[in-house]
Design a protein around this ligand. Sequence first.
Ligand code: CA
Length: 210
Amino acid sequence: MKYLVMIPIVMFILILSNFISGVSGSVVRNSFTEDFETGYDGWERTDGKIFFPRTQRFITYEGDYAFRMTSRGAQGYSGRIEHQIDIPLMPNTTFEFAYYFLWKRVSYVGYQIEFSDGKIGDYFSLFYGMFVNISVAYIVQYKVEASRAWHFHHVNLYDDYRNAFGSVPSDLRITSVSLIAGDPYFTQKFQTSYFDSIKITQENQRGDEL
Ligand SMILES: [Ca+2]
């Protein structure tokens, strides 16, 4: 008798789990979240020399872990670690991120967004140097931020893109997000930076996430 009852229950659980994975699958397509609580799968070095990249729990913004990048590079980047994504850019697309730096030995530390038309958006804490928007890249720079403190920012990617380039193609997508430490003056000094709480998502008018 027990088995007869269990079979429908098992079937119900299987159907329910399919339904849940189907729902979360649709959420994944429109948003990206990384909190580094379970490692850093999907993140790949693309520039610079990076020493012992890892998640660690001594300096975190949220949860038990954040990602640590110690880099010393060339070609303009001290270090750059990229994650491919594929998310449409819509009027309600927002980008949240947190970073922390032990010191200011290179020019900047922050994040880079790439779009499907090849254009770029940079969001970084400026240590020194001067950067201006160019035809393929816009820069949002946060000045005079303290070392050894977390800095969290929340921006609207659509507004930033439109303000920089005038209009937004209707089918534009976000193709990657990178953790960056920029060394365009080729100091080649060691820079240690921490990253956490990354979220690219579509917020509705009530401030909820779709
Ligand atoms: Ca975390």
